[in-house]
Design a protein around this ligand. Structure first.
Ligand SMILES: [Zn+2]
Length: 88
């Protein structure tokens, strides 16, 4: 469904693109500050990185992570928990 309402397109991480990059799925987080990988609130295990979001390049549609920030999504699959945090 997202493809029907957005101009965003996925690119392989090793595929160079001239288009603005708005985030990443999987891999390792590119922290702006120190590693803040959260612990799962249920099992206390270090959560798995899922996605990273950039603010965006168009002020009218950009996410607000405090001005030049990034959002990070983590999960713990066995417990079904997810966490979101941001840095700037
Ligand atoms: Zn857990």
């Amino acid at each position: 469904m997202l493809g029907a309402v957005t101009a965003l397109r996925p690119h392989s991480a090793d595929e160079r693109t001239e288009e603005p990059v708005l985030g990443r799925l999987g891999g390792e987080p590119d922290w702006l500050q120190d590693d803040e990988t959260p612990a799962c609130p249920t099992c206390a295990t270090r959560m798995t990185f899922a996605a990273q979001l950039e603010e965006g390049y168009d002020f009218s549609t950009a996410a607000n992570f405090g001005g030049g920030g990034r959002g990070y999504v983590f999960h713990c699959r066995p417990c079904g928990n997810a966490a979101f945090l941001w840095q700037r």
